[in-house]
Design a protein around this ligand. Sequence first.
Ligand code: 5GP
Ligand code: MG
Length: 178
Amino acid sequence: MEKQIILNKRHIDLTLKRLCYQLIESHNDFSNAIIIGLQPRGIHVVTRLKKQLEEILGKEVICGNLDITFYRDDFRRREKPLIPSATNIDFVIEGKNIIIVDDVLFTGRTIRAGLDALLAFGRPARVELLAFIDRRFNRDLPIQADYIGKTVDTLSEERVSVEWSETEGEDKVILFTP
Ligand code: 5GP
Ligand code: MG
């Protein structure tokens, strides 16, 4: 297995900072915007974005978590039962600008499911997508991100590992090639 570090801690810091300013460019002080992380790994990206956005803006930025387990198009086709994570949306999304966040965008099927899961809560004014890593060239659906941390050209058998100090001990993104 070949291993290549594509983002180190310094790159990740810079990337998150840039994403925050891009979000502020579109959503000003977030008074009508809400960030929603997809479980399980989009949550880590949201935690970082929330902290930095709140530091920059000096006010609370509303964030939630969304679990898409039962909205997956393959959930009835699995041998093992899927165990869902928590959904935390204790605010009204009606009329809001929603930014869905995930760590890796690949085929787009997760985001399609995320849209279904989200729309069950109401009718937002607009929904955007932030992908920390965009594995382009592998999309099954016409889904693209509005904000991208880093675009990585991958083969489908490759794997990107997005690691955070909170869970893996260090911030880094690694590309594994079999
Ligand atoms: P998709 O549904 O777009 O094919 O895949 C996206 C979902 O699968 C994301 O929630 C992401 O966590 C996970 N995923 C797909 N490819 C990778 C990858 O290379 N690395 C990681 N860490 N997650 C991936
Ligand atoms: Mg995921």
